[in-house]
Design a protein around this ligand. Sequence first.
Ligand code: GLN
Length: 294
Amino acid sequence: MEKTETWTIIKVLEWTTGYFAKNGVDAPRLAAEILLAHSLQKRRLDLYLQHDKPLLPGELAAYRALIKRRAAREPLAYITGFREFWSMDLAVNPAVLIPRPETECLVEAALELLPSAESSGPRRVLDLGTGSGALILAIARERPGHQYTASDTSRDALAAARANAQTHGFSLDFAEGPWFAPFPPFPAGPGFHLVVSNPPYIRSADIPTLMPEVRDYEPRQALDGGPDGLAAYREILSAAWGHVLPGGHVALEVGPGQEEDVSAIAEAAGKYAPPAFRQDLAGITRVVVFALLP
Ligand code: GLN
């Protein structure tokens, strides 16, 4: 960008789109628009309505700083501080995984397992490794009146989840610690009707091959599933049966192709009925649901 030229909104967008494309940024035009709208505190539509408007030097400098970050492959959501999930604007920061659209599959599975509070009375629902809180907040939005608990081993993640719960007006319980560590098993503890989790499931050796946005910016703890990608499932399934009430369920997101391995882990535990699978629109199994054996 030459500083002496007049940089109108449309010209800036065109330049940035080309620059992003050259730097391997996905959806370069959209990224340029989202960042400019964010920087100017306008809606994207306003950029078009005011496309001939020149940017002031200060506006240009602020936008340039954001362009630099995105060109270095920092995720858009960390730059703007927000990502939409289940039609809610959620605050995200580098302490939390950016919510993924495929996790909506787990929300749908949970909603099928969870009757309305009016029809069943309040149920206890636990989200392990809540991150931004995306999963449990989506469920709580659709099924008000239940008692929701979110746990995470990262204090910073819990702070983010708490802030999102507050912004969207949900009252949840929060617990800090790995998986079930903060909760006494049933019957000493109250037990849960439903446990959900989207745990880390990428094989450690695959992490260097991920796109830079994920590899270099998202929390390793939220991604890395150990040597075979299944470490978190072993930990969760070895303990979950002790925390789920009779008739209750455990619903887990799995990585592509992991459903049989995760089912085998559950079968070896000897406590779960054969699982049900749920596929996304592309036919990929995203969710495995276990009921406790009676
Ligand atoms: N539960 C959060 C989500 O689904 C975080 C998951 C994670 O960090 N692995 O977005």
